[in-house]
Design a protein around this ligand. Structure first.
Ligand SMILES: CC(C)(COP(=O)(O)OP(=O)(O)OC[C@H]1O[C@@H](n2cnc3c(N)ncnc32)[C@H](O)[C@@H]1OP(=O)(O)O)[C@@H](O)C(=O)NCCC(=O)NCCS
Length: 190
């Protein structure tokens, strides 16, 4: 794994870049404070913008560590920020990148999550020399599984009863991944 950090990534419609503290206001408005988003994530909805501001202040400091891979996703057409995508540091030392992402509900079902996940997968394999990219979603969130599938990841299995969801029920996590070999083989077939 090469710790190349959070460099800018451009796709057809999106610009992925380091977030700033000022982004916290729009992040709060577009996703951190949304009930629709809250039911699919393990973190708690932000009740006040101060919570988002504090988080973004901490996240900006984390960029000093080159192991930090965390982008805010901006629409090229109007510079609106629509979500974030990041990599957990949990297994990074093994070249294993566990991805997390979240988008505001106004921007769902337009292919944006897939467009940015594909770009981040490309970046992690081609520039950061990752070995494996993986992600998990709760069984109440099939749209997220669709994003993983459309990005070339393969179904791995179910982590039974792994978490407690926002209805206070134990919920399974469904796991997807793509290896370096699968990624480069799929590219050479195109
Ligand atoms: C899950 C999430 C990232 C999807 O983002 P998105 O930008 O809408 O994703 P895309 O548009 O790229 O793809 C969504 C796909 O899911 C499909 N989909 C939407 N709702 C669905 C549902 N209830 N069941 C099955 N598929 C569904 C869409 O039709 C689309 O597939 P298609 O392109 O084949 O039509 C977004 O809803 C989100 O951020 N949710 C809240 C936070 C979250 O869930 N984070 C991930 C935690 S693992």
């Amino acid at each position: 794994m090469k710790y190349v950090g959070t460099k800018n990534i451009e796709t057809n419609r999106l610009f992925l870049r380091k977030l700033t503290v000022e982004d916290a206001y729009n992040a709060f408005k577009n996703w951190c404070n949304k009930d629709n988003v809250d039911k699919y994530v393990l973190w708690k909805k932000h009740e006040t913008v101060d919570i988002t501001l504090k988080q973004y202040e901490n996240w900006v400091l984390e960029y000093e560590n080159p192991k930090t891979f965390r982008w805010i996703v901006e629409l090229k057409e109007n510079k609106e920020v629509i979500g974030t995508i990041d990599v957990s540091t949990k297994f990074l030392q093994y070249g294993t990148c566990e991805i997390g992402y979240c988008y505001g509900d106004e921007f769902w079902n337009k292919g944006y999550a897939t467009e940015s996940l594909r770009a981040v997968i490309k970046y992690l394999f081609e520039e950061a020399d990752a070995e494996l990219i993986c992600a998990e979603y709760m069984s109440n969130n099939p749209a997220s599984g669709k994003v993983m599938e459309k990005s070339g990841m393969k179904y791995e299995g179910i982590l039974r009863s792994r978490v407690v969801d926002k209805d206070n029920k134990r919920n399974d996590l469904i796991s997807y991944s793509i290896t370096k070999e699968e990624y480069f083989n799929s590219k050479s077939c195109k």
